[in-house]
Design a protein around this ligand. Structure first.
Ligand code: ARG
Length: 553
């Protein structure tokens, strides 16, 4: 439920004009406040305090308002009724929008023949959560894994396979590209051969295509393994550089018609520099001098495909911020070509670093794969559990590890770098995934116990304690947080909201006994109702972050 909107709409309707509604930091005097009287006093020809008192009287008549008061030069504080907070006429955690957007999401976008590594964590986790949030709000999303499978890396892989044969087992898939690419650095002929293979592959060489067709599914299967392990929703389309190649000619035609293509030393480019640019703005490379389809051409072809088939309102790309320039260039070219019916937006991430501020490496100095990341976090969870004498199953440890890793990733503003420290993300207290899960497990246990004791929830409780009010108020803010997270493309909002909610849940839990013998029946039933609302909200938030609640902790 979006309580803020509910209250705001009612106030605006009563006053016949939209006014500012604020949530005061200190809620002792009111749950909401407005400066409406101060804003409207002049045109009403009244003093702010005089007008405030008139407005306050009107607002006090709203069915959900307990009382209003005036503070300072004319602020109006509004306190909501307890019986409304516990039982508003209807309570949906989230009501899907009737007017929804169509949103294409480009995240993950892995490269063929390369194991997923730490550099793919944020695009994967943030992209997946963003997708889930958008869907929960009722938007129609399509998630794209824009595979990097049609450029030079593929040429290097084919060159290697031609010489040494197809990989015999899954483990060998991801060693080919690094080996071949290392060789290309030393051996010019090898590089040229790979470049030639790339172009021939793109032009339909049957032998190379056969290798591609055999190799690509094996690589995709490996990618899918780690995505399943990370509890990431399957992509709607694994449509990348190869599969959009068929739209390159259509885009080429548009670019020619608009006279946007320029030959440049054997290559074909699209100049995108504008007079107002202060930073360097190189042209888009449309076709490389070897004759190969470029990274940018695949992106323009993908935009062509998406805008003509999905007709999205937005196309949002989640990658690290080293691609900022690439997307600026591509978006400009798309606009010049008139292929900008969708709002094109790139969200560029910061880097995950070690304590030294440099990109995070394993103890051996390697870039960790995502499997290694989960293993590392799981080891830390296991050690912690052993230390505190807890016996947790491997399955539970894995679930907690995932939460630790993913929640930590989500709680940081995507644009900034963050320091990754295994031992701090697995703490059971503080702003961590395990703390969130622990709170959910606790609520699950209360609900189960209440069921065993045949306690039923109801809303007959008439007055609320501050811990109860605060928890309900925050739970009723969930939908607004989701809307803001969607609008601002800020998944950290949901992670940090969830942490706040958990803190309020635990404060409530410690101060408001539920099933204890001495609790009056109506209070117990009311508290159980509050638990149910808090739990439903928390479980939904957890699900939107792609986390799983274990059976025990
Ligand atoms: N495959 C690219 C890489 O790993 C990322 C692709 C991002 N998405 C896109 N449409 N360009 O660098």
């Amino acid at each position: 439920m979006n309580l803020y909107k509910y209250v705001s709409d009612a106030i605006n309707a009563t006053l016949g004009t939209p006014v500012n509604l604020e949530v005061p930091r200190n809620r002792d005097f009111g749950d909401f406040s407005t400066n409406a009287a101060m804003v409207m006093a002049k045109s009403a020809g009244k003093s702010p305090r005089e007008l405030a008192s008139e407005i306050a009287t009107k607002l006090a008549n709203l069915p959900f308002v307990a009382d209003t008061s005036i503070a300072g030069p004319g602020f109006i504080n509004i306190k909501l009724k307890d019986d409304f907070l516990i039982a508003p006429e209807k309570y949906n955690i989230v009501t899907p929008k009737s007017e929804s957007f169509v949103v294409d999401l480009d995240y993950g976008s892995y490269n063929i023949g390369k194991a997923l590594h730490i550099g793919h964590l944020r695009t994967t986790v943030v992209g997946d959560t963003f997708n889930r949030i958008a869907r929960a709000l009722g938007h129609k999303t399509k998630s794209y894994n824009h595979m990097g499978d049609w450029g030079r890396p593929m040429g290097l892989i084919i060159a290697w396979i031609l010489e040494y044969g197809m990989p015999k087992n899954a483990d060998d898939i991801n060693v080919i590209y690094p080996a071949s690419s290392a060789r290309a650095k030393e051996d010019k002929a090898w590089l040229e051969r790979a470049q030639k293979i790339t172009v021939d592959l793109q032009n339909g060489n049957p032998e190379y295509l056969k290798i591609y067709n055999e190799f690509a599914p094996m690589s995709l299967a490996q990618i899918s393994d780690i995505l399943v392990r990370l509890n990431i929703l399957p992509f709607d389309e694994n449509k990348g550089e190869r599969l959009v190649a068929e739209y390159v000619p259509a885009v080429q035609k548009i670019l020619e018609e608009k006279q946007l293509l320029v030959s440049d030393a054997g290559a074909v480019i699209i100049p995108v520099k504008q007079e107002t640019d202060t930073a360097p703005m190189p042209p888009v490379l449309w076709r490389s001098s070897t004759g190969a389809q470029t990274y940018a051409a695949a992106d323009l072809a993908a935009i062509y495909y998406r805008t003509t088939t999905d007709k999205p309102n937005d196309i949002i790309y989640f990658t690290d911020n080293r691609q900022n320039l690439h997307f600026t260039q591509v978006f400009r070219a798309a606009k010049m070509a008139g292929m900008d019916s969708a709002n094109l937006q790139h969200i560029g991430f910061g880097t995950i670093t070690g304590a030294d501020g440099k990109p995070f490496k394993t103890r051996d100095g390697d870039v960790p794969s995502l499997h290694q990341m989960v293993d590392m976090v799981a080891d830390s969870v296991r050690a912690r559990a052993t230390e505190s004498g807890k016996e947790l199953s491997d399955k539970t440890i894995e679930i907690i590890a995932l939460a630790a890793l993913k929640f930590n990733d989500l709680m940081h503003d995507v644009k900034s770098d963050y320091v990754f420290d295994v031992d701090s993300v697995t703490q059971f207290e503080g702003r961590t995934g395990p703390y969130i899960l622990y709170t959910a497990v606790r609520l699950n246990a209360v609900v189960k116990k209440a069921k065993d004791m045949h306690v039923l929830a109801n809303t007959d409780i008439k007055t609320l304690q501050s811990e109860e009010r605060n928890l309900l108020l925050r739970a009723m803010d969930f939908e607004r947080v989701l809307e803001n997270a969607f609008a601002q493309r800020a998944t950290d909002m949901i992670a940090n909201y969830t942490y706040d909610l958990c803190q309020l849940i635990n404060t409530f839990y410690h101060n408001c006994p539920i099933l204890r013998d001495d609790v009056p029946e109506n209070v117990r039933a009311g508290r159980l109702h509050i638990v149910q609302i808090a739990r439903a909200t928390l479980l939904m938030a957890i699900d939107l972050m792609g986390l799983i609640v274990p059976d025990e902790m």
